[in-house]
Design a protein around this ligand. Structure first.
Ligand code: HEM
Length: 121
């Protein structure tokens, strides 16, 4: 997960969105969300996908870029295409809760209205 976050904050198409984010919290929440979706034993305790991405101004093309970065990270760890497709099948339905702007622009700024989740205490 650290590899995925590092790739995300290094990618010019999406990195602006992470400017206010607590990386330790994000890492824990991503692990728990995927672990819970895969059948446990973890429990995801973060915000729902709509709340987490509200006022982030994520575009359609930025969503696709984020999925591509995930694929690059999974390739790095030799995750098979079949397993990647299974994960993408879980993520695809979340798109409507995350994309706020139906445009092909990438690298759009993080709106000032965005309120990050509090860091882990
Ligand atoms: C299917 C795709 C996605 C999934 C499953 C997902 C999942 C998550 C999860 C579980 C969190 C943690 C929420 C919390 O801390 O309570 C989160 C936060 C975040 N996501 Fe996503 N995300 C997706 C797409 C995107 C995209 C496309 C972007 C930007 C281009 C993005 C940027 C962020 C950022 C910046 C945060 C941190 C928010 C904060 O600081 O509070 N995500 N995401």
């Amino acid at each position: 997960m650290a590899d995925f976050i590092q790739r995300s904050v290094a990618d010019d198409r999406i990195k602006a969105k992470y400017a206010k984010t607590d990386a330790a919290r994000l890492e824990k929440m991503l692990v728990d969300q995927i672990c819970e979706a895969a059948g446990g034993p973890c429990t995801y305790s973060g915000r729902d996908m709509k709340q987490a991405h509200t006022d982030m101004g994520v575009t359609a093309a930025e969503f696709d870029a984020q999925v591509e970065v995930l694929g690059a990270s999974l390739d790095h760890f030799n995750v098979s295409q079949a397993e990647q497709d299974e994960l993408l099948g879980l993520l695809a339905p979340m798109r409507d809760d995350i994309v706020e702007v139906e445009s092909q622009e990438t690298g759009t700024p993080l709106p000032a209205a965005f309120q990050p989740a509090p860091p882990l205490s």
